[in-house]
Design a protein around this ligand. Structure first.
Ligand SMILES: Nc1nc2c(ncn2[C@@H]2O[C@H](COP(=O)(O)OP(=O)(O)O)[C@@H](O)[C@H]2O)c(=O)[nH]1
Ligand SMILES: [Mg+2]
Length: 459
């Protein structure tokens, strides 16, 4: 464990060339260390500047007096900063070399290189945000669609924290009730009180269950959904990918066996981030590269959340099509009858209880229907894109909710069995702890490390 007394530094902007690049410092000595490499035209020290001010000057190597860069230094003093510590940010010209040199000097002058997510970790450890909010920071950075972004922002602003705190308060009330009965055994809990306690536990349990259930869909917004386009060669899989993406992503030819690799791109369907994969046509391939392609298709088929099975409506289904449809029968799947612009008179689909859509990658017909169907396959609750309802998107939260629910159930059952009240109280405490883990009241170093290691350096 690093001492929270040390001052950390990192380049906070992405690697590469940019208009500006930012080097950030946080900790007790942030301003003092920054001053060692900062020189303003009027020799004004950052130490003397007011909080939340921007100061013009140069970065200078104190060892030889060489100028490194022309910068703006923002000084933000504790506690109203991202980390609640003193923070200095240097806006440098955005090339990698000056940024690295600036960082190097700061490390030489007494700062320590920050670990991934350490600025945010300090914000958590110093109590500015709770754990669910810290997790929302990374969700916000990684959000692929507007909807994912809104969900992350809602969590960052404390939406989940407030809900969890509210539920914990209610469990605490119940616990106090039960413990009062333990402390004053002469007032044996009357039946009405017992019913009241069981009633409130049930109500809390129902809310926990609702929240937990939302994860099945919420995770799709955070993690994205993978969809594999599969089918025989030449049915129009690559054309479909291009039509959905509205760009020429995959090579389309009339030669069967053109696609060998899995080609992947991101599609936004009403805020649902869909990783869509075009694959090699499935058939008995005649050369090594194509055989490998087919192997990858089958793997994509296995691993995907959703399968789009494409058949060619220009001719009747054959044995290979039927085999394919059989493979997807037990998956979350849509059958797409492509080339409906040249549909054959003798084309028909077997009735097999899978969603089927007629479409044309060439004319664009049926593609909106396909997108809507994919959305409703994932988001069956009908949560439309504009609902601002709280949604659990993180598996850790879902697991904690389920643990809380199980403990609450234990508590209710022990009360109904008229076990000693201590048993009920212990289960209620466990439920409280489980919910406390979501917001980080109860954590281990291990959990924290796992969460913050997902961050980039400098955040
Ligand atoms: N008429 C018609 N032709 C299509 C359609 N989709 C694809 N094609 C043609 O079918 C051939 C094979 O397409 P391609 O996307 O490479 O198929 P893949 O092998 O399944 O990836 C190409 O000549 C496409 O132009 C469609 O909807 N209608
Ligand atoms: Mg192809």
């Amino acid at each position: 464990m690093n001492s929270p007394d040390d001052t950390i530094a990192a380049i906070s902007t992405p690697t590469g060339e940019g208009g500006i690049g930012i080097v950030r410092l946080s900790g007790r000595d942030a301003v003092r260390i920054a001053d060692r490499i900062f020189s303003s035209p009027k020799s004004r020290k950052l130490e003397g500047s007011r909080s939340h001010t921007v100061n013009y000057g140069f970065l200078v190597d104190p060892a030889g007096g060489r100028r490194i860069d022309e910068v703006l230094a923002t000084v933000m003093r504790a506690p109203k900063t991202y980390t609640m510590e003193d923070v200095v940010e240097f806006n440098c010209h955005g090339g990698m070399l000056p940024l690295r040199e600036a960082l190097h000097l700061l490390l030489r002058e007494g700062a320590r290189l920050a670990e991934p997510g350490e600025f945010t970790k300090r914000a958590f450890l110093n109590g500015r945000i709770d754990l669910s909010q810290a997790e929302a920071v990374i969700d916000l950075i990684k959000a692929k669609t507007d909807r994912a972004e809104r969900l992350a922002l809602q969590q960052l602003e404390g939406g989940l924290s407030r809900r969890i705190t509210g539920l914990r308060d209610r469990i605490t009330d119940t616990c106090v009730h039960v413990e009062a009965c333990i402390d004053f055994p002469e007032d044996e809990p009357e039946l009405t009180i017992k019913d009241e306690i069981i009633g409130s536990m049930r109500a809390i349990g129902t809310e926990l269950k609702e929240l937990s259930k939302g994860y099945d869909e919420g995770r799709f917004f955070r993690e994205g959904v993978s969809a594999a386009i599969i089918g025989k060669p030449n049915v129009g899989k690559s054309s479909l990918l291009n039509a959905l993406l509205e760009k020429d992503r995959a090579i389309v030819t009339d030669m069967p066996g053109t696609t060998r690799d899995v080609v992947e791109d991101l599609l936004n369907i009403n805020g649902l981030p869909l990783r869509i994969m075009d694959t090699a046509g499935i058939r008995d391939a005649c050369n090594l590269a194509e055989m490998e392609g087919v192997k990858r298709s089958l793997k994509a088929l296995e691993g995907a959340d959703i399968v789009i099975a494409v058949v060619d409506a220009g001719s009747p289904l054959d044995e290979a099509d039927r085999e394919l449809l059989d493979k997807v029968r037990h998956k979350r799947a849509v059958v797409l009858a492509n080339k409906c612009d040249i549909e054959a008179a003798d084309f028909s689909l077997p009735d097999m209880g899978i969603n089927c859509i007629r479409a044309s990658a060439l004319t664009g017909e049926g593609l909106d229907a396909l997108k809507n169907r994919i959305y409703s396959l994932c988001i069956s609750s009908g949560a439309s894109q504009d609902t601002e309802d709280l949604m659990i998107t993180n598996e850790r939260h879902k697991q904690s909710l389920d643990r809380a629910l199980a403990s609450l159930r234990d508590a209710g059952e022990s009360l109904e069995r008229s076990d000693p009240l201590e048993v009920t109280a212990i289960s209620l405490r466990e439920a409280l702890d489980a919910l406390g883990a979501i917001v980080g009241l109860i954590t281990t170093e291990d959990i924290l490390n796992r969460i913050f290691s997902e961050f980039c350096i400098g955040k």
